[in-house]
Design a protein around this ligand. Sequence first.
Ligand code: ARG
Ligand code: ASP
Length: 712
Amino acid sequence: MRFLRLLFLLFVIQTQAQQGGMWLPNLLSGMNEKEMKSLGMKMSASDIYDVNKSSLKDAVPHFNGGCTSEVISPKGLLLTNHHCGYGQIQDHSTVEHDYLTNGFWAYKMEDELPNKDLVVTFIVRIEDVTTKVLDGTQSLAEADKQKKIQDNIQSLSTSLPKESWQENRIRTFYEGNQYLLFVTETYKDVRLVGAPPSSIGKFGSDTDNWVWPRHTGDFSLFRIYADKNNRPAEYSKDNVPYTPKHFLPVSLDGVKENDFTMVFGYPGRTTEYLPAVAVEQILNDINPARIAVRDAALKVEDGFMRKDPAIKIQYASKYASIANYWKKWIGESQGLKKSNAVSVKKKQEADFTNRVNKAGKQAEYGTLLADFDKYYKEIAPYALGREYFLEIALRNTELLSVTYKMYQLEQIYNNKGEQSFNDRRKNLVDGLGDFYKDFNKTVDEKVFEQLIAIYSKNYPAQFLPSGLSNIDAAKLSADVYGQSKMTSLDGVRQLLSGDAQTTLANLNNDPAFKLVKEMADKYTKEIAPKYDELNLKITALQRSYMKAQLELNKDARIFPDANGTLRVTYGKVKGYEPKDATIYTPISYLDGVLEKYIPGDYEFDVPSKLIELHNKKDYGPYAENGKMPVCFIGTNHTTGGNSGSPAIDARGNLIGLNFDRVWEGTMSDVYYDPAICRNIMVDIRYVLFIIDKYAGAKNLISELKLVHPKKK
Ligand code: ARG
Ligand code: ASP
């Protein structure tokens, strides 16, 4: 009997083992630790997170708020993705010193390049502060309740204990059912140390993005600098390399299928607990709108970038970021359809209703699902209008997005007066140089022409400004871009000079400003208030839906949605079947880079030095049976923000660098299907090979702690 129970338990653990999940590192002991050990982990939960001794978390800082990074040497050497350091690499690049194209390597510390506005943030400790945050909110109506919660968070952030160089950050989990405090330390002097050429770091570019098999060496290196006391400090040439509490040893032993892997990082945002009706809205309304807008913008930019190397540098980073989510949304929609996510959710909702009835909780939860239906239907036109406005005016047409800042400036004058206006104007003017450095009027005008036509045609008719129905897009573009002063730095400076009244009068005479004002007024008056009102209701529903699931489904694996906080996800190295009669194995090799090689192509060119190393099989100690591994995939549940996260073996050594997910599984932010959702990592031995054999940066290799855990 005991034996049978054990067998049953093992079976449950095994079948659940690949269900995904992004877990809080301070809450791993118990169910997660057991499961991780069953998958092969040889560490304990306190090796991963501990406040009293150094642990893995001390080596994993958030990289500039958007990516993850890890410390890999006692001198603060930091590893992240090439696409995470892309902005910095671009910033130091010119047509003469083109580090994007040719790579960059600091062979001495003096050559490392400082970066303005680049920070990394470590977690010192995590504490539950739910009771404190919800104090005095119980009997309030929803809007007042949210306001009181924000006030509490504000005052707790200053009153809760921390050192003077630390920050307190409070974040919500389980849709407002739990609040956690993160005490953090943010380092502000982070310098560029190394980057491979894009033909390695971005090999395959947009064609291979979100795709397996993959052959990208998506990494770059930075170094954290600190003051003499090892504390955060603004850039200074007197700063010294940071001494970490922990750094990751690097394994030379590689991976094979079914090895345990863990990915530790800062996943940005998931929505795994949406009702079916919300998933339908993503599929039918939101994703198609976003995809159509970006489709048009990307075609225009690509045309110019292929013809002009200067435009290529100006637009490379912007293009990559627009293309990235464009492609993700296409994959997401396909995956949601293929995995029948909507009907799976509907079935889960039927089960949920049964459970509510069984528990006699109809009064509390009985109308939840019907309410979701009602409010999602009501919000649909507002959500669609909002999406078009954001995508067209704020994200993909540069002239409109910079002009929108001027629109906000006018609002500030109207709402807060002249002093606030002057402060903001100064701020704006200071930032404009960076914007115009990469702005090309001709490119943006063509983008505008395409997108404003989509806006005129597809925007929900009841919200379309009257001047924008039935437009001649070519004529409108010629008018706006021909006459607006907003198309050049000098022009904007002129517009923004003089006293407040003069500036506002100038702005209101400018055709770009007039257009944006028409669009934005309509949006802020007719869409935003109603959207916010309905969204508040939906958020409250989502909160009780979560509460109900936590209460009524005690043994389910319910992890909090990603929210940019530190999480652990774990699984195994594993291939998958993308479609009928096709099997993908989990490891790719340098031979595959050469199979994809297209000489001179901007996505698939290969540097001659790499071809030479491949011909001579000059792989140093990094190859396996004469083959150089490049990437591998696993069942770790990751999302945007996990880029740059360390892939860690059973004993806490670095084996890879997370950077992407597979095409068939990009819907994992909404619905995780363990059969086809995989994360993609660069094999750490490929990183070492490029640093050592390709770049000859032995100085960096000698800082690392290289280990052979499998040979022990
Ligand atoms: N898809 C990955 C992520 O979401 C990688 C993006 C960078 N690579 C690219 N080709 N744009 O960030
Ligand atoms: N590429 C993503 C990132 O930048 C990771 C992902 O979405 O899987 O964070």
